[in-house]
Design a protein around this ligand. Structure first.
Ligand code: F6P
Length: 560
């Protein structure tokens, strides 16, 4: 029986951390100067990820106290409960088993949870959607007129969109020639209209991805896409004007991914063309389930299996590495320290890889939908600050936009810098290796943030005295550097798993349920209630508060 969350503020580690923080002035210059082993001692490997924590505002004592905090709040016991399939998603009474999606075939001991042979079910669905992906890639699966599929349009939102689109963009070098994916998520009709505008219906396949198959945006977009398919096929003379022909077109141009296969059938998609997963996979943790079917079509079964193996390698690291070297544990604890003891409100994620340009957006759902909570998993109020705002853009674009604030602003913004030794495109500008130039920026930024520039150094450059203060960099701006040899499918899986577990650790310390998302429900419900007011229902309009009613009237008076 779960005794409920431990209040982290009641632990001896918490009080010790507060005293330690109050008594410690960050001094990365001094700390590095005094300790030549600092970089080496605070750099760790998790699978292919090489993670340097040494430019964080921590001493050995900080790390020791943070590990004590993890111990006192039962983080590792909760980790073990997650891997074992206990119902740690308390408010939805569910197991949390995204880690099971990447267990290799034949993993021992077998994972049986709530009477379900999890391994067998995972492998069966994996074979099914990877087999389908290979059919599309080989041309064995065609559209209704016999033409090969060239464009896959994933229709989904939140976790049914952000993971697939991020991974598809990240793994562009692995995408099969002649195949491309597009992604429709927003219920703004512009999204589906502009995404399909230049497509050929005969060569387009739609994947309707929705865990619940009840999401307003996704079902609306799926219906719009289905109408588009029928109209465009008919206009091309490729569709007879009868229901059977329309059903036949849907059968060849629509597949679905969901945990609610009966709703898929009700929509008109043959269950044979549907791929399942389970309620113990949260939407934001689902890119490695059948929700990744669009990615699997793009990169193929073998690469998709490498992607899963990457996740698994970091799962194993998280599950088995000793706490002192456990990268997700240490990163999660550092984040807690910054939020609760250093008053950080945000966390930047800055990939020095154009291919990862959607990674910050992906992480926003992962981290903020997971840890943006004000009550703990037993319903009691949280006793600490919780989820920080995650944000970011690829370097070097961010350098010319918001880095000013990170370097010289009044806010503490811990930042993760991501980079890869090898580029996807090894271009040269004359004699210059452009990737080397790119990464010089990565190294320069983390160095400048850590060590800054003193007034003496500024003066020594001959700077006029009145502008010296403006040109001083305080330094002691914390960063974590995460580097790997190449951005492969495996390394991408490793990165995602790393952040999943970092998110887990933070939630576990705070005692919250990182796997529910009740906070998105109210807005969804109100949208359905308000919708009639926008289409002439005066009673619905009058039921609104004065501000909302006035805004709706503004809309109604101007809508053509
Ligand atoms: O926004 C809330 C949410 O439930 C997310 O957690 C989820 O990823 C998204 O909606 C989409 O849900 P579904 O996959 O069920 O359509």
């Amino acid at each position: 029986m779960d005794a409920g969350p431990v209040d982290p503020t009641t632990t001896s580690a918490w009080a010790a951390l507060a005293a330690h923080r109050a008594g410690t002035t960050p001094d990365l210059r001094g700390w590095f100067a005094a300790d030549p082993q600092r970089a080496q001692r605070l750099t760790f490997d998790a699978a292919d990820l090489h993670v340097d924590l040494s430019k964080n505002l921590v001493t050995d004592e900080t790390v020791r106290l943070l590990l004590q905090l993890a111990e006192e709040t039962g983080v590792l016991a909760r980790r073990d409960a997650m891997f074992a399939g206990e119902h740690i998603n308390v408010t939805e009474d569910r197991a949390v088993l995204h880690t099971a999606l990447r267990r290799p075939a034949g993993a021992q001991p077998p994972l049986v949870v709530d009477g379900q042979d999890v391994d067998a079910d995972v492998q069966r669905e994996l074979e099914k959607f990877l087999g389908f992906a290979e059919q599309v890639r080989s041309g064995a699966w065609t559209g209704v007129t016999g033409k090969r599929i060239t464009t896959v349009v994933n229709i989904g939102i939140g976790g049914s969109d952000l993971g697939p689109v991020m991974a598809y963009e990240a793994l562009q070098p692995y995408v099969q020639q002649g195949l491309r994916c597009r992604f429709v998520s927003n219920i703004d009709p512009t999204d589906v209209a502009s995404t399909t505008a230049d497509l050929d219906p005969e060569t387009t396949l739609f994947i309707v991805a929705s865990k619940t198959f009840g999401t307003l945006e996704t079902l609306t977009n799926a219906r719009l896409a289905r109408t588009w398919l029928w109209e465009r096929l008919a206009a091309a003379g490729a569709l007879a004007d009868d229901d059977e022909a329309r059903r036949g077109a849907v059968a060849k141009h629509f597949v679905a991914v969901s945990t609610a296969l009966e709703k898929v059938e009700a929509f008109g998609i043959d269950p044979a063309n549907a791929f399942g997963f389970w309620d113990w996979v949260g939407g934001r943790y689902s890119v490695d389930s059948a929700i990744g079917t669009s990615l699997a079509v793009a990169i193929g079964a073998e690469r998709f299996r490498e992607f899963l193996a990457g996740f698994h390698a970091v799962d194993e690291h998280f599950r088995t590495a000793e706490p002192e070297r456990n990268v997700p544990l240490l990163m999660g604890l550092l984040n807690v320290y910054y939020v609760d003891h250093c008053d950080a409100h945000t966390h930047a994620v800055l990939p020095y890889s154009q291919l990862l340009h959607r990674f910050p957006a992906y992480l926003q759902q992962l981290t903020m939908e997971s840890n943006g909570k004000s009550v703990r998993y037993d319903g009691s109020p949280v006793t600490t600050g919780t989820g920080e705002v995650f944000w970011g853009e690829p370097g070097t674009n961010g350098q010319h936009a918001f880095y000013q604030l990170i370097h010289q602003g009044t806010r503490l913004v811990p930042a993760d810098f991501l980079a890869f030794a090898n580029p996807a495109h090894p271009l040269r500008d004359g004699d210059t290796d452009v990737h080397a130039l790119f990464l010089a920026n990565f190294f320069a930024q983390t160095k400048a943030l850590a060590f800054g520039k003193t007034a003496e150094e500024v003066r020594a450059e001959g700077t006029a005295e009145e502008v010296v203060p403006a040109r001083v960099f305080s330094g002691d701006r914390p960063t974590t550097s995460i580097v790997a040899p190449d951005l492969t499918p495996s390394v991408l899986g490793q990165l995602i798993a790393l952040y999943e577990h970092v998110t887990f650790v933070q939630g576990a310390v705070w005692g919250i349920d990182s796997f529910d998302q009740w906070g998105v429900e109210l807005g969804k419900k109100l949208a359905v209630e308000i919708a009639p007011a926008l289409t002439g229902d005066t009673a619905a309009l009058e039921a609104q508060d004065p501000s909302t009613a006035a805004l709706i009237r503004y809309y109604l008076e101007r809508r053509r």
